[in-house]
Design a protein around this ligand. Structure first.
Ligand code: NAD
Length: 356
């Protein structure tokens, strides 16, 4: 699956006049349902016709189905091939495996793409951040292979394969080519994990060779990468990382551009794609109409592009940017006092106005 436009993810996707897109919606839990409500309002103000298939996943369904990720949820995504997803809580240290991780693995969503781009109106240290994190989504320490070694020691097994590493590196380079990006930086800790991270780096180098002269390539050790990103983020462009570093560095990148409230993401596979924010379910804020729906709205914009609706995607992004730049109707994390639904309404109003 090769992206064609900036932030796009599906090749050859074309707009078919008056086509209705059937899409799986997983509102999630915690702040998820209220963010989903605001996002639906925004999408309803575009000219894209969407029929939502709403399905539930997470802790709340365990009693009913015996799992946080019932088979019918996976079936719905497989059938529709596209889903928009709110965050799902994963209890720490006990209980079921993360529904988020299980979903990515079950559907083979191997590429987690998380753009982090500065927006006018946000009080951040830097103004020109434009990063895209491409995170390997299926292996590394997320395999859940853990066991106790006696009562007082635990072992987690980190799996890195050449196939998955080359696949994600190829995705990062194809993304760079398709979106006019100049450089890919591979991030690793191969100085310490010489075999596992060494294999990741070697795989990236192999793929990079095929793009020589078209896309620059370099690598950074992950600790140095973190320091470089907080000191001079403008030097970096597309980053490709194994699963765990990708998770951590994408939160860091989100912090550079205004926080988790504004950081969207896409999980891309060959059979399906699931669009979701970088942030989690922020349970303390659930039901308070306080949280910022921007990350889910921008994830929906990535989804529109994937669906072959680039004009609508650009309009949604522009409307979000305009409302944030104006600063009158923004949520607490962006220095405002507006609620989740008021922000969604402001973005939807912008879209309706722009359509006149
Ligand atoms: P979190 O992202 O939910 O929240 C951390 C903090 O970030 C919040 O307390 C809040 O201050 C801020 N924040 C997050 N989203 C925001 C928004 N939309 N608007 C404004 N502020 C926002 O991280 P956490 O507290 O570590 O995790 C809570 C739960 O979410 C955990 O169970 C975790 O496993 C889960 N989680 C799920 C996903 C997912 O569904 N993909 C991703 C990350 C975490």
């Amino acid at each position: 699956m090769v992206p064609r436009h900036r932030g796009a993810h599906r090749p050859g996707a074309t707009r078919m006049a008056s086509m209705t897109h059937r899409i799986t919606l997983i509102p999630g839990d915690g702040i998820g349902p209220e963010l989903a409500e605001a996002t639906r309002r925004v999408l309803a103000a575009t000219d894209v016709r969407i029929e939502w298939e709403v399905v539930e996943a997470g802790e709340s369904v365990i009693e009913r189905y015996g799992t946080p990720l019932p088979e019918h949820v996976l079936e719905s995504i497989r059938r529709n091939r596209v889903a928009l997803k709110g965050p799902i809580t994963t209890p720490v240290g006990h209980g079921f495996r993360s529904a988020n991780v299980t979903l990515r693995q079950a559907l083979g969503l191997y590429a987690n793409v998380r753009p982090a781009r500065s927006m006018k109106g946000l009080d951040t240290r830097y103004e020109n951040v434009d990063l895209v994190i491409v995170r390997e989504n299926t292996e590394d320490l997320y395999g859940g292979i853990e066991h106790m070694v006696g009562p007082d020691a635990a072992e987690s097994i980190k799996i890195i394969t050449r196939a998955a590493s080359e696949r994600i590196a190829r995705y990062a380079f194809e993304y760079a080519v398709a979106n006019g990006r100049r450089k890919v930086t591979a991030v690793h800790k191969a100085n310490i994990m010489k075999l596992s991270d060494g294999l990741f780096l070697e795989s990236c180098r192999t793929i990079a060779a095929a793009y020589e002269g078209r896309v620059e390539f370099e690598d950074r050790i992950v600790d140095n990468m973190c320091m470089q990103l907080v000191q001079k983020p403008e030097l970096y462009d597309v980053l490709v990382l194994p699963n765990l570093y990708g998770d951590i560095v994408s939160d860091l990148a989100a912090g550079l551009v205004g926080g988790l409230g504004v950081a969207p993401g896409a999980n891309i596979g060959t059979e399906a794609a699931v669009f979701e924010p970088v942030h989690g379910s922020a349970p303390r804020y659930a039901g308070l109409d306080r949280s910022n729906p921007t990350a889910l709205i921008l994830s929906a914009a990535l989804m529109l592009r994937h669906l072959g609706e680039p004009a609508a995607a650009t309009r949604v992004e522009a409307a979000v940017r305009a409302v944030i730049a104006e600063g009158r109707t923004v949520t607490y994390d962006l220095g405002g006092t507006s609620g989740t639904q008021a922000f969604g309404e402001a973005v939807a109003d912008r879209l309706s106005l722009a359509a006149v």
